[in-house]
Design a protein around this ligand. Structure first.
Ligand code: ADP
Length: 248
């Protein structure tokens, strides 16, 4: 007899919780597929592949692109959060070239930056950066979250800078913005799930406080550390350090 045939009292709360979790995960995957198709079409339109656009058409399509991108990012966060909750976040570390990974994430983030009138500068280190052994998909989510936050919590015409530092035992990725910053008394809470600082809620009504909790979990799962400094109304700097050794 399947769980749905049982009288309510016999369906354990464990089963209901599991069914809910499965539903969220399946729904999120399906939504993601359809949003990805929409993104592809909007991209073609914005690139002028289907004919040139006037300013008004471009402005409307850019808004559609942005809200679609926001939903894709939210779904990615829901799926990752789900994995973290279930203790199923596993990293498959391979040798990854960080500058290449950052470049590929920046292709999308620059579009978001353009829409908010924020320029994003990638300061490449003169020295060669050794590969780091990390899960590339998960680290992409880390970079996306940190860079999206930097853009989201900046003021128009601010600048966001991402840079890489190579030290003997680790490589650091540093994301620096000149935005609203985090009030000092609220800084202790920002890696807690669902936490949003009061100034962030004012400037950006949409947000769920999932991103940084996921970022911290992923970074630690990949043997790294994350830290930040921030001053209200001056900006924030997030720093992710990843070991260069491949030993897990
Ligand atoms: P969300 O951005 O959806 O609120 P996050 O988990 O990514 O969720 O961030 C949690 C909170 O940390 C944000 O609501 C904001 O208060 C603060 N925060 C994160 N990044 C920045 C940043 N670059 N500048 C200012 N505040 C930030």
């Amino acid at each position: 007899m399947s769980a749905v045939d049982l009288p309510d009292t016999e369906v354990s709360s464990f089963t209901v919780d599991q069914m809910k979790a499965n539903f969220v995960s399946v729904a999120a995957h399906q939504l993601r597929t359809s949003l990805a198709a929409t993104k592809w079409t909007l991209n073609m339109l914005l690139n002028g592949d289907l004919g040139s656009l006037n300013d008004e058409q471009r402005a409307f399509l850019s808004k559609a692109y942005e809200s679609n991108a926001r939903m894709i990012a939210l779904l990615a966060d829901i799926l990752l959060s789900d994995q973290i909750d279930a203790g199923k976040l596993k990293s498959s570390g391979i040798a990854v070239n960080l500058p290449d990974l950052i470049d590929s994430v920046l292709v999308e983030i620059r579009l978001l930056g353009n829409m908010h009138h924020i320029s994003i500068d990638f300061v490449q280190s003169g020295a060669a950066i050794p590969p780091v052994h990390i899960d590339p998909q998960q680290m992409r989510a880390v970079l996306q979250n940190l860079l999206e936050n930097a853009v989201k919590y900046s003021n128009p015409h601010d600048m966001v800078q991402v840079s890489i530092e190579h030290r003997p035992d680790y490589v650091a990725i540093v994301v620096k913005d000149q935005g609203i910053g985090i009030p000092s008394e609220q800084q202790k809470d920002i890696f807690n799930r669902f936490f949003r600082a009061s100034n962030a809620i004012q400037v950006e009504a949409e947000g769920f406080g999932l991103g940084l909790c996921i970022v911290k979990n992923i970074v630690e799962q990949n043997r790294g550390t994350i830290s930040f400094t921030s001053t209200e109304n001056e900006g924030s700097t997030f720093r992710v350090e990843l070991p260069t050794s491949s030993v897990v």
